[in-house]
Design a protein around this ligand. Structure first.
Ligand code: PLP
Length: 377
């Protein structure tokens, strides 16, 4: 078996190799059932076991209490941008929702929510700012929670805790009670750093994440929602997207993305076997520190993100001389380092170093970057 290249894709992203191997082994016959998981009834005992086990493992990993429902849904985080307001904005008669706009994804979330009610931007990183003495360009820092203009009668406040495109991560989620807004639940789009570290779900009303960044293949969206927030869906909310229906039927109100749930379940078991979320955090910290440390010391490459919010998952960087971009990417691919091109909206490069990226992958990237600098610097 030849060694696989290192895949730095932002999503769908690299999966743990052992998970892919197990899925391959079980492809034709899941544990003597005579069926592939994709051939099973979603109401049969085999799939019910797979789905319930995935939920239980996820609850264990994140320490999710029974005050919360765990839902496996479809439509990705983009659909959830609509499904969240469809379910929550009506919990108060004013139909208000507050949005923190810290980058590309939260901007999209706010735009979508505005179709269903009064979705207001209550904090933004859209302006250049001086943060701790450093001049920061737009969307290279996170708006300080102390400055959020939360409306006390808002149905919720929405935050994207890891801006995948911009490379900004909100590490300590704010405590709405400490901000004097205990009645405004926090809703978090955690798609691109879900399961990368322990997360304080208890501080939130709802957390959602598309699986394809860090938790499995595309097709399943994970929603963790406090039960008291369920049951306020707007009349226009599609039946299959009403959290009350999905929760009541344990994510099997209609046919769920069965194979994607099975794969995510294998990833949950892989995380548990590899030290759980504290194990993931230690490994992710080591990888990110190594890469940012190198970028910081280099005169050839640079990162523009404020040090306090540099994402441990998505590391955007630029070559000071952008005329070398094509050569950089071509050489990287030839060296077995895939998908390093930055998002088209920000340009440059981006290395996504999710849970499944081993330290050796980051070391190989840095070795390539050093070599490239020697040849082009
Ligand atoms: C990828 C991503 C999305 C969009 O996910 P889709 O599955 O394409 O809808 C939304 N938010 C964040 C933070 C993401 O990383």
């Amino acid at each position: 078996m030849t060694k696989r290249p290192y895949n730095f894709s932002a999503g769908p992203a690299a999966m743990p190799e052992s998970v892919l191997r197990q899925a391959a082994e079980e492809m034709l016959d899941w544990r003597g059932s005579g069926m592939s998981v994709m051939e099973m009834s979603h109401r049969g005992k085999e799939f019910v076991q797979i789905c319930d086990e995935a939920e239980a493992d996820l609850r264990t990993l994140l320490g999710v209490s029974d005050d919360y429902a765990v839902l496996f849904m479809q439509g990705g985080a983009t659909a959830e941008n609509a499904i969240v307001p469809l379910n929550l904005i009506g919990r108060r008669p004013e139909h208000k929702a507050d949005y923190v706009v810290s980058g590309s994804w939260s901007r999209k979330s706010q735009k979508e929510a505005a179709r269903y009610g009064d979705a207001q931007v209550i904090a933004t990183a859209a302006e250049a700012a001086v943060i701790e003495g450093r001049e920061q360009a737009p969307f290279t820092y996170m708006p300080d929670p102390a400055t959020w203009q939360v409306r006390p009668d808002a149905s919720y406040v929405h935050l994207c805790s890891n801006e995948t495109i911009d490379g900004i991560e909100f590490i300590d989620w704010p405590d709405m009670a400490a901000l004097g807004q205990a009645d405004v639940p926090l809703v978090v789009d955690a798609s691109s750093h879900f399961l990368s570290r322990p997360m304080n779900v208890a501080r939130t009303g709802l957390v959602y994440a598309g699986a394809q960044k860090n938790a499995g293949p595309a097709g399943v969206t994970i929603v963790i929602v406090r039960r008291d927030l369920i049951g306020h869906a707007l009349p226009v909310c599609p039946t299959a997207f009403d959290y009350a229906n999905v929760a009541k039927e344990s994510s099997r109100f209609n046919t769920p993305p069965t194979y994607a749930i099975y794969m995510a379940g294998l990833v949950f078991k892989w995380v548990i076997a590899n030290g759980g979320l504290t194990g993931m955090e230690a490994a992710n910290r080591a990888k990110a520190d190594l890469l940012y440390g190198y970028l910081e010391a280099s005169g050839f490459y640079r990162t523009r993100i404020h040090p306090s919010v540099r994402s441990r998952m998505n590391v955007p960087f630029v070559l000071n001389d952008e005329s070398h971009n094509d050569a950089f990417l071509k050489g990287a691919a030839a060296a077995g380092l895939l998908a390093l091109k930055g998002h088209k909206s920000v340009g440059g490069m981006r290395a996504s170093i999710y849970n499944a990226m081993p330290l050796e992958g980051v070391q190989a990237l840095i070795a390539y970057m050093k070599d490239f600098e020697t040849r082009h610097g």
